[in-house]
Write a protein that binds this ligand. Structure first.
Ligand SMILES: *Cc1c(COP(=O)(O)O)cnc(C)c1O
Length: 365
């Protein structure tokens, strides 16, 4: 069989390891596994959401409301944007896929930071596009605009806060990048962790209305992180209605399940839960900074729900991640990003206690 040529240089995305794998491979009880690898909300989801899903279970046989009216209304109120400016995806991942398919032709270029969300590259390569990366992982305005001038990419990805590094770009700098790009290039502002950055420092807070007056900009958000709904797969894109209309041409019908819609609508109503999640996070991440200082390694100042530890040559990130895994603690090794670093989702107090315990004994060996 001859597959699409474009598939040749795609590496399959390696998702964070699931709890089930650790149970199977190491015979550890599921309740003892600590998963800090996929930036899920350690508080789980809002109890109101769990209740709403349970109540709606008997609606599983029904196709969902394909207009997604209620969810769009909730987002429209939250962000002060028109419902025609919103598209809902099975995770914001699906919106990234729509964008890629709607815009890219073979040999088009896309521009992104040196180290950023892996799916930008994969969706672009599926279309036969070429990847251009800046020299550093930070989203530096000069690096982006120089690369833009040189390569004239069709899409520019700005991931702020950035995954897997945790740093963020100020609103001012994002606007500078947008300003330096012609209107025939789409700028994607991926705000998957924006709730955390906004709580930490106003300068980094970007809301859709800051940027979608530009016809060539789309803002992406998700319910997977601060809202605690990773398992329900709901994300959104916000842009001018004419851009959204093009993306709609790529959308399969009923792309959000009936129960996922119920969950996202209910989650939208529970801002208290999100605020509590951020409060827990803000408290717990401080302990990770102290731990790093105590053990003499660096970390990247985080605007997200995870922290990235940077190791010196004396510590190998792959060894650390593997050793932790054997103890039932799952974190993300960043060796595949060519970084001797690990990304750790900030957990509950108990989960973090366990991680520190295992990591401490490992580092002291
Ligand atoms: C988690 C994440 C997403 C999307 O997640 P979905 O679960 O597909 O909504 C998008 N971008 C970044 C940078 C992420 O970390």
């Amino acid at each position: 069989m001859k597959f699409n040529e474009a598939l040749k240089n795609i590496e399959i995305y390696e998702a964070g390891k699931p709890i089930e794998l650790v149970v199977r491979e190491f015979g550890i009880d599921a309740k003892d596994v600590v998963k800090l690898a996929s930036n899920e909300n350690p508080k789980g989801c809002s109890p109101k959401v769990a209740e709403a899903i349970a109540k709606s279970a008997n609606r599983a046989y029904l196709y969902p409301d394909d207009s997604m009216f209620e969810l769009k209304e909730a987002l429209s109120l939250r962000f002060g944007v028109d419902e025609k400016s919103i598209i809902i995806g099975a995770g914001s991942d699906q919106i990234l896929e729509f964008i890629s398919r709607a815009l890219l032709m073979p040999n088009d270029k896309v521009l992104m930071s040196q180290v950023t969300f892996a799916m930008y590259e994969i969706y672009a390569k599926q279309m036969g596009a070429k990847i251009v990366r800046t020299a550093s992982y930070q989203h530096r305005v000069d690096e982006f605009l120089e690369a833009y001038q040189e390569h004239k990419p069709k899409i520019v990805y700005i991931c702020t806060p950035n995954n897997p590094t945790g740093d963020a770009t100020t609103k001012e700098d994002v606007l500078k990048i947008i300003d330096g790009v012609n209107s025939d290039t789409l700028v994607v502002v991926d705000g998957a962790y924006m709730e955390y950055a906004a709580a930490k420092d106003e300068k980094y807070k970007i809301v859709p209305n800051d940027i979608i007056n530009f016809s060539n900009v789309i803002y992406l958000g998700t319910f997977s992180k601060a809202y605690g709904l990773g398992g329900m797969r709901v994300g959104y894109g916000i842009a001018t209605s004419s851009l959204i209309e093009e993306l709609y041409k790529m959308r399969p019908p009923f792309n959000i399940t009936t129960l996922s819609l119920v969950a996202a609508i209910e989650a939208s109503r529970d801002e208290v839960f999100v605020n509590e999640s951020i409060a827990l996070h803000t408290q717990e991440i401080e302990r990770y900074k102290v731990f790093a200082k105590e053990h003499g390694f660096e970390y990247i100042d985080s605007y997200t729900n995870f922290i990235t530890y940077l190791f010196s040559d004396k510590i190998d990130s792959t060894e650390v991640a593997n050793a932790l895994l054997k103890e039932g603690v799952i974190i993300r090794n960043l060796a595949s990003y060519k970084m001797n670093a690990v990304r750790i989702t900030i957990g509950t107090k108990e989960q973090n206690d366990r991680l520190f315990e295992v990591l401490r004994s490992l580092l002291n060996e």
